[in-house]
Write a protein that binds this ligand. Sequence first.
Ligand SMILES: Nc1ncnc2c1ncn2[C@@H]1O[C@H](COP(=O)(O)OP(=O)(O)OP(=O)(O)O)[C@@H](O)[C@H]1O
Ligand SMILES: [Mg+2]
Length: 314
Amino acid sequence: MIEVQDLTKSYGPRLAVDGISFSVPRGEILGFLGPNGAGKSTTMRILTGYLSATSGSASIAGFDVFSNPIEVRRRIGYLPENNPLYNEMRVRDYLRLCCRLRGVAPARRSARVDYALEACGLQERRRDIIGRLSKGLRQRVGLAQAVVHDPDLLILDEPTSGLDPAQTRETRDLIVALGRDHTVILSSHILPEVSATCERVVIINRGTLVADDRPENLARRMSEGHGIDVEMAVRGDVDAIRKKLKSVRGLDAVDVQELAGGECMVRVHSSGDDPREELAKAIVKGGFGLRELHSRTLSLEDVFISLTTEEPQV
Ligand SMILES: Nc1ncnc2c1ncn2[C@@H]1O[C@H](COP(=O)(O)OP(=O)(O)OP(=O)(O)O)[C@@H](O)[C@H]1O
Ligand SMILES: [Mg+2]
């Protein structure tokens, strides 16, 4: 659905996108991640045909975005970062206009507008003037205009920015539902949300691609060879717990912190075998109360921080 090859964009002397390549198959939801200024919005603007590239190629559904921008725009729904809207128009009239401009057949327009209003929770606000809506509601109008013409591909630049928690969750569900028969590429800084929504993530840093994989694969590959971290909540005296843990073999690092209510938080690291069963035995044998024990797996946030603040490891 999307093919990007060696895409480069300079704004004068500043290199914003530096030779990135990736492809997105039909029906996939791709998360596009990177720190501020990494080049996400620039790449999205190029894909939608709103910005030219300095070099490289990009195509959508087989159409080159530079030589065939009209065909490309017909197939995409785009929510830009700054979400430009006609502020003096009413919500429903604006969505009708979008249908007309994007060539939706007259007989389908009213059903499409109703669908977009419903999907984005805007039915009650359909007669409101856009400029008088709150930021989050305007964001919903931005999403509604992106889906109203039933495009094959959705390009959403921070779709949940400014939304309240309930609407963020609804929008996430909407994106997952849309992802069943659309291809979606979305940027976001809310990483747990990306883990929950996206089948694959591309991470860019300073204009270059540093990772392209499923979120769980990234975490697994990064934690390979790094041993295992275990966290426990244990009820008992802090010094007695420390002493007891000294008897467990194979632990490289042990950290015991006293919490309120006579409970301690224990963090241990082992670079060898999985120590979980030995730890549980030692705590129970020592007469302490074992309230919780789990191995800590890397989150997408750990992967993101590691790839964008240190030398790339994946
Ligand atoms: N119109 C422009 N003229 C000059 N430089 C620009 C322009 N647009 C973006 N840039 C620069 O290009 C780089 C990438 O910007 P871009 O907006 O693509 O980042 P981003 O990954 O979307 O960041 P954010 O997470 O903050 O939205 C930045 O250094 C930015 O200052
Ligand atoms: Mg951006």
